[in-house]
Each structure stands twice: as C-alpha cells, then as structure tokens.
Ligand binder design. Structure first.
Ligand code: FES
Length: 95
C-alpha cells in the first residue's frame, strides 16, 4: 500500500502551539511529539482540552481518525518519513 500523502503542513497552519518551554520531536515514520508546557488551539484560538497531558503526538501522516492527534494509523498505512535534524537558511526578509 502506498503511504498516505502527508498533509501536516496544511494542518499546522490551523494549529498553534504556545507556552514555552516545550520540545518538539519529529518521530521517524510517525507523529510529531510535543513535550513540556504547551497549548494547542484550533484556527479560532479555542484550546483543545488535553486532559492534563504534558506530552502528545500530532499526526503528520494524514491518516489519523482523531486529527490533529496521532492515533497510530501511520503504522497501518506504512507512512515513511525520516527527518534528520539540519540547519535552515536564515529567513528571507519580507518586503
Ligand atoms: S502520524 Fe498520522 S496517525 Fe500517527
């Protein structure tokens, strides 16, 4: 089965994470794990109730039935994406 088309970049535009410090881990072939002190809101700024969690997985494969959270579906669809850490170029100044 072909891996699901990743759509997480689109989803991230409607989810914001606030209140540092936090750590974001891009798991190999899986979720984006967020740990620490954070808040996740929808596009209207309404906070998701996280039940006191201090760590959670966000779906980046596009297959979760509980978006934006990971439900483990990435394993069923064979999602493959490994993102080694790297340095990005400086941001391009906006005109
Ligand atoms: S990353 Fe999509 S279900 Fe886990």
């Amino acid at each position: 089965m072909a891996p699901a088309t990743p759509f997480y970049a689109i989803q991230m535009t409607s989810v914001s994470i606030e209140r540092m410090p936090s750590k974001i881990i891009i798991n190999a072939n899986g979720s984006i794990r967020v740990e620490g002190e954070f808040e996740i809101t929808d596009a209207d700024g309404q906070a998701f109730g996280l039940g006191g969690r201090t760590a959670i997985g966000l779906c980046r494969c596009g297959s979760s039935e509980n978006k934006p959270f990971c439900d483990g579906s990435h394993r069923k669809v064979g999602f493959q994406s490994v993102c080694p850490a790297r340095d990005l170029p400086p941001p391009v100044p906006k005109p």
